[in-house]
Design a protein around this ligand. Structure first.
Ligand SMILES: [Fe+2]
Length: 277
């Protein structure tokens, strides 16, 4: 089954909730999982995913390909991703526009790129290589960041759009990441949204951040903030109705909390449809 993602609110499915979802089959429009958690040859996790994807549209979201790294693209990682995608036939395959390894050292962070023409050439070549290898279009996601590089010459939003323009990939627009970067770096979030052609946007992410320190940290460990819901509403006004995912990765709450967040996203989606009509 290779269903498209519905233009509805989905939930990022994490290990603590898999048993409950398999038992109760809750009414969730679609699920997204982290690809790397299912790279094993077999085992319980993959068997569970086979059952999930039989009942729900599924999206594969990568966190470890290190698309922007200067190391050679990890072809073993890519081969595992292709094997998984060929098995579960996801509606979407996405990765982050970032780097997370150098000189064969891997980090658990999605690190920002310098936004230069050289980095753009580099990352576009790698996105094309990934798409050729997988035999499908991927989505790339804008990341949150806590620093900028003095070498950057291109606004982040122009860089992100240029990657999609040059490679034909789609965009996974993380509205929370736009908000976090706008606050951390003094970018105008509405200018960012206005720069993105609606036709490129295939998916939206929403998550919560930590505001207790000197800058916003994208923890995926809190409810979506009111200002991010407001920005999401403006994003839907610009992009139209887009499949939207609730992500929660630290201090993972009861599944019902995620369902409530998804229900809120769904109400924004419904309202955007009413405005469009
Ligand atoms: Fe995200």
């Amino acid at each position: 089954m290779n269903r498209l993602l519905p233009n509805s609110a989905g939930i990022g499915l994490r290990a603590p909730h898999v048993t409950q979802v398999l038992a109760a089959r809750p009414p969730v429009a679609w699920f997204e999982v982290h690809s790397e958690n299912y790279f094993a040859d077999g085992g319980q996790a993959l068997a569970a995913l086979d059952r999930i994807r039989a009942d729900y549209p599924l999206s594969l979201h990568g966190v470890g390909l290190s698309l922007g790294s200067t190391d050679p693209l990890d072809l073993r990682h890519l081969a595992k991703l292709k094997r998984l995608a060929d098995r579960v036939l996801p509606a979407r395959v996405s990765e982050h526009l970032c780097w997370s390894s150098v000189n064969d050292r891997h980090f658990n962070d999605l690190l920002p790129l310098p936004y230069t023409s050289e980095a753009l050439d580099h990352v576009c070549a790698r996105v094309s290589q990934v798409q050729d290898f997988l035999g499908r279009e991927i989505l790339v996601e804008n990341v949150s960041s806590y620093l900028t590089f003095p070498e950057s010459t291109i606004p982040e939003y122009e860089f992100v759009v240029a990657v999609a323009t040059r490679t034909g990939c789609g965009l996974l627009v993380d509205v929370n990441n736009i908000y976090v970067n706008a606050r951390n770096h003094g970018i105008d979030a509405d200018v960012y949204l206005a720069a993105i052609p609606p036709a490129m946007v295939a998916e939206i992410h929403l998550a919560g951040f930590d505001a207790s320190g000197p800058c916003l940290i994208d923890t995926h460990g809190a409810p979506v903030a009111p200002d991010v819901w407001a920005l999401y509403e403006r994003a839907l006004r610009r992009f139209g109705r887009v499949p939207t995912l609730i992500e929660w990765d630290t201090d993972i709450p009861e599944f019902a909390v995620l369902q409530r967040e998804a229900a809120t996203a769904q109400s924004y989606l419904e309202a955007s449809l009413a405005v469009a009509a």
